[in-house]
Design a protein around this ligand. Structure first.
Ligand code: FAD
Ligand code: DHB
Length: 389
């Protein structure tokens, strides 16, 4: 099998890239280790920046999002019972779109199907060879057989645990990491959202988030220690803990219902530099992880794909290799700013086990500064809606 760009990973980054390349007349094959149902069963991000929304529209995968997604012009941050409304649209001219990653992935699969795109499921990449040569060879298993895909380039869109990043020799790669001593326990339920806007809630017992997918589907999170096990969290315990951490007036009106899904995600900040090695280009979680506070993970995957599809378009359609040569620096420049924002928001709102009285006062001062200063709110909003590409 031969193609121009081999794409490893059929998550949002890989699917969006293959669709955009196709629209620019560039051939690709997506190899995804899991089944389609498995990929669509993962409940992850819920908030899209304007840049991501525009890119999905450009990829001809935005029509259901435009019909069913919710545009939010504001967001709330709370500290116990104090509520701060941040009017992100008034402050920046832009809002965000509430539309789940599951739906985005669904729409991208449909868009690939409509154009006859090659997306192989249960195709697990086992080796990536020839990154410094004229052509790349990808070895993968599919339906119990060993297969080979040859390509000009390979896009590593295979998430944090995939083989792409590890195909870069250690001597050419530098990793930066911060692991946080807690995770987020999430619950999805068929209930109306607790409030019209998302609420990021700081509390002495730990962080909580009230989010949503639609008027009838809610997504909630509570910060938990990494030692916590899912089986120790019956639904009633989750709801009780959530009610304790969010403002009392919101807790009073909270509608609870059976959980459709519950899971624990660890929090991590991680960047691997560079994002290109020879014929390999990393995009999305394969190159970087942000803690979920601020909803940047999926949006960063989309901005990488923006730079990368443009680079391949320049290379194949305009005989210009500037884009592929500058891809890593350009993507990393935006990545680090989003890493900063996600780290800052995580630091302000979570309970750190080792936090002393001084650090707690610092967190409180951050919150009061946001309450006091429109400049501070504007800076927050500018990052929340998404920095320009
Ligand atoms: P992924 O979605 O991870 O896709 C990578 C794909 O590569 C996977 O489908 C995987 O099966 C495939 N793959 C891996 N190895 C191989 C192989 N050897 N061969 C072939 N295929 C392979 N972000 C937010 O903004 N908000 C959130 O609430 C949020 N929650 C999250 C919860 C969890 C548990 C996780 C893991 C992430 C969460 N994120 C969240 C982050 C967000 O979901 C990711 O940033 C986003 O999925 C990145 O997309 P991606 O395509 O780069 O990677
Ligand atoms: C969601 C997740 C986030 O990390 C976030 O900042 C906002 C919303 C969500 O899953 O709905």
């Amino acid at each position: 099998m031969k193609t121009q760009v081999a794409i490893i990973g059929g998550g949002p980054a890989g699917l969006l890239l293959s669709q955009l390349l196709d629209l620019h007349g560039i051939d690709s094959v997506v190899l995804e280790r899991r089944s389609r149902d498995y990929v669509l069963g993962r409940i992850r991000a819920g908030v899209l920046e304007q840049g991501t929304v525009d890119l999905l529209r450009a990829a001809e995968a935005g029509s259901r999002m435009d019909r069913e997604g919710q545009i939010h012009d504001g967001v709330e941050i709370s500290w116990h019972d104090e509520r701060l409304h941040v009017p992100i649209k008034d402050l920046t001219g832009r809002g965000v779109m509430v539309y789940g990653q599951t739906e985005v992935t669904h729409d991208l699969y449909d868009a690939r199907d409509a154009r006859g795109g090659a997306v192989l499921h249960e195709a697990e990449v086992t080796a990536i060879e020839g990154l410094e040569d004229d052509r790349v060879t990808i070895r993968f298993t599919h339906e119990g057989e060993e297969n080979v895909l040859e390509a000009d380039f390979v896009a590593g869109c295979d998430g944090f645990h995939g083989p792409s990043r590890k195909a870069i020799p250690e001597s050419h790669r530098r990793e930066f990491e911060r692991a946080y001593p807690f995770g987020w326990l999430g619950l999805l339920s068929k209930t109306p959202p607790a409030a019209p806007e998302l609420i990021y809630a700081a509390h002495d017992r730990g962080f909580a988030l009230c989010s949503m997918r639609s008027d009838t589907l809610s997504r909630y999170y509570v910060q938990v220690a990494l030692t916590e096990k899912l089986e120790d969290w019956p639904e009633e315990r989750f709801w009780d803990e959530l009610r304790t951490r969010i403002p009392a007036d919101v807790a009073e009106g909270l509608v609870t219902g059976p959980a459709i899904e519950m899971s624990i995600a660890p929090l991590r900040s991680f960047v691997s530099e560079p994002m290109r090695y020879g014929r390999l280009f990393l995009a999305g979680d394969s190159a970087h992880i942000v803690p979920p506070t601020g909803a940047k993970g999926l949006n960063l995957a989309a901005s990488d794909v923006y730079y990368l599809h443009r680079a391949f378009d320049q290379f194949y359609n305009h005989r210009n290799s500037t884009g592929i040569d500058t891809y890593s620096d350009q993507a990393l420049s935006r990545v680090w700013k989003c890493e900063r924002f996600s780290w800052w928001m995580t630091s302000m709102l979570h309970d750190f086990p080792q936090t002393g009285a001084f650090e707690r006062r610092m967190q409180r001062a951050e919150f009061e500064y946001l309450q006091l200063s429109e400049t501070a709110r504007k800076s927050f909003a500018e990052n929340y809606v998404g920095l320009p590409y």
